[in-house]
Design a protein around this ligand. Structure first.
Ligand code: ADP
Ligand code: MG
Length: 252
């Protein structure tokens, strides 16, 4: 592992996120500490309600923890006001969602240019087209989302997430709405970004096959990290561990 890969892009210290009232509190995150190194793909797994989405939202600066500390690319999120957080999300973070979240009235190239425009930066057409070519969509730049397949829409979303060269990309169930062939393509693309461009990716999924593309799997249960695989990540090993956790969650 070289020095670049050893750099921590995201770190959480004892992060808690409570919801509800004093009388009835839900501990969505109950003391999560974790580091995410540059140029790695991490899958976050756990039973429904274990805190996966809350972890992603807090780590990405979309939600604030009740306590604990989160650092992205050297910046302590707790030191930022709302405006600062918005800027950090626009400039340092990329997002890919299950439902693609493209703007339906805009073409593929206009969707990809959007984060640069929002950040008040120029969006050189050549750069936007290169980003679309990177995800295999050079011949789709003028298509609107309705004229693209699900897999193509998700690849536009990946190009859009990468156009600002973010320190970290967060993906929430990125293949949840795709068939097996399109899923493989999208996951292969994420894997390539990690291997060839040292992109850091943190992906929430409940699917062991999706998780098997990761270097490392973090398992959550009841708002805590209860296990971690850093080697031997296969769909089978992940499925077995998930089955245990789901049995425990069901009180078996
Ligand atoms: N906005 C909210 N208000 C109240 N409870 C919430 C809220 N968001 C999440 N929770 C609760 O926090 C826990 C973790 O939720 P979540 O992070 O969505 O889990 P997962 O993504 O693993 O299914 C659940 O018990 C959920 O009901
Ligand atoms: Mg969720």
């Amino acid at each position: 592992m070289d020095i670049q890969q050893d750099r921590e892009t995201v770190r959480l210290w004892s992060v808690r996120r409570l919801y509800g009232t004093a009388a009835h509190t839900v501990k969505a995150l109950d003391g999560v500490s974790a580091a995410f190194h540059a140029g790695t793909l991490t899958a976050v797994m756990g039973p429904s309600g274990s805190g996966k989405s809350t972890l992603l939202h807090c780590a990405a600066g979309l939600d604030r923890p009740t306590d604990g500390k989160i650092v992205i690319d050297g910046t302590d999120l707790g030191s930022l006001d709302e405006n600062g957080l918005t800027l950090l999300r626009r400039q340092r973070v990329g997002f890919v969602f299950q439902a693609f979240n493209l703007v339906s009235a805009l073409t593929a190239e206009q969707n990809v240019a959007l984060p640069l425009r929002l950040a008040g930066r120029p969006a050189p057409p050549a750069e936007v087209r290169a980003a679309l070519a990177e995800v295999g969509l050079a011949d789709r730049v003028r298509h609107r989302p309705s004229g693209l397949s699900g897999g193509e829409q998700q690849r536009v979303a990946i190009a859009r997430a990468l156009i600002t060269r973010p320190a970290v990309m967060f993906a929430d169930e990125p293949t949840g709405q795709l068939d097996m062939k399109a899923s493989r393509q999208v996951l292969g693309m994420l894997r390539n970004l990690v291997d060839n461009q040292a992109q850091t990716v943190i992906m929430v999924t409940h699917d062991p096959v999706t998780a098997s593309y990761a270097d490392r799997v973090l398992f959550l249960a009841d708002g805590r990290v209860v296990d971690e695989f850093t080697s031997g990540v296969t769909a089978e090993s992940v499925a077995r561990r998930m089955a245990n956790l789901e049995e425990e969650a069901a009180g078996c």
